[in-house]
Design a protein around this ligand. Structure first.
Ligand SMILES: CCCCCCCCCCCCC[C@H](O)CC(=O)SCCNC(=O)CCNC(=O)[C@H](O)C(C)(C)COP(=O)(O)OP(=O)(O)OC[C@H]1O[C@@H](n2cnc3c(N)ncnc32)[C@H](O)[C@@H]1OP(=O)(O)O
Length: 265
């Protein structure tokens, strides 16, 4: 289990700490708006290295900046780099978000405040999103002559459907959390300012379940978007078979019959 820490003394933009057995909190803190420049990109990469080393942890990604989850890619930096650097940093950011989205981990974005552009793309790379009632989410890249370039055009339609995704990206508007919850962009809507607390509570609940089973659920649900139905059913069966032959199902079934909590990995 990783100790509380930071990537290195020089990087204060991302820190992580264990808040319960098997639950890790990754906190973004880069004033004034958690812009996703190098400090956060590199900090997230270091936090992911720790997560990979820790194995079965549930991760909550949260912010220590009042009013912001993250305001997107760093405009101040973007306006000063050439196309090659822009592409390179974009690849770095996309790479980190793709690692975050890996199906062998459960991540929960705790959103209070603004999650815009790359900040929302970061949240959409998480397994689940919990938002406080005052949060606002959007992909306003069109205001800058850009498009969401860190997975937003692919992940948003999968969450809310083509029409709503186009509405959000074409209008570049901020979606209030209650609307985001109603359309499926946010999975749980909580009182304003309570997203992190609720995310940590959910993380502790999920950690008591079989992590291989949770990872298989994520893999199988994600496969549904890429496979024809019959192939999706076959993939589901294969995942079920693999779990049934694992120690997890044997432990889960035995624990039920013995009326005791299961001891999962
Ligand atoms: C060397 C590293 C290079 C890193 C480059 C990035 C990687 C490359 C990316 C490629 C992949 C694309 C990924 C993504 O899809 C693209 C984007 O995310 S584009 C950005 C999208 N986000 C936005 O458009 C939001 C921009 N911000 C706003 O609209 C407003 O600031 C706000 C959030 C609505 C808040 O408005 P206000 O309350 O009026 O407050 P201010 O505007 O004064 O902002 C306060 C303060 O925060 C600074 N700030 C806000 N957003 C950003 C930002 N995205 N980047 C940098 N700084 C930001 C703002 O400048 C103010 O700072 P201050 O002036 O006080 O110093």
């Amino acid at each position: 289990m990783p100790d509380p820490g930071r990537p290195d003394v020089g990087n204060t933009a991302v820190r992580w700490d264990r808040v319960a057995d098997g639950v890790l909190r990754v906190t973004l803190e880069r004033p004034p708006a958690n812009a996703l420049g190098k400090p956060i990109i590199e900090g997230l990469a270091a936090a992911l290295d720790e997560l990979d080393a820790a194995g079965n942890v549930i991760t909550v990604v949260t912010s220590a900046i009042p009013g912001f989850f993250a305001a997107g890619a760093d405009i101040k930096h973007m306006s000063g780099v050439d196309a090659e650097s822009f592409l390179a940093y974009g690849n770095e950011l996309r790479g980190v978000l793709d690692r975050l989205a890996a199906p062998n981990r459960v991540t929960i974005a705790a959103i209070d405040g603004l999650a815009l552009g790359g900040g929302l793309e970061l949240a959409m790379a998480c397994t689940l999103r919990i938002a406080g009632a005052g949060a606002r989410l959007g992909l306003p890249e069109a205001r800058l002559g850009l498009i969401p370039g860190a997975g937003g055009t692919q992940r948003l339609p999968r969450l809310v459907g083509r029409g709503r995704a186009l509405d959000i990206m074409l209008t570049a508007r901020q979606v209030p959390a209650p609307e985001a919850h109603a359309i499926g962009l946010v999975d749980r809507l909580v009182a304003d300012g309570q997203a992190e607390q609720e995310a940590l509570k959910l993380a502790a609940e999920l950690r008591r379940l079989s992590q291989p089973a949770l990872h298989a659920v994520i893999r199988t649900v994600d496969a549904a978007f890429d496979l024809p139905l019959s192939a999706g059913f076959a993939y589901e069966v294969a995942q079920e078979q693999e779990l049934f032959e694992s120690g997890e199902a044997k432990e889960g079934l035995a624990a039920f019959l013995e009326k005791r909590p299961p001891k999962f990995v």
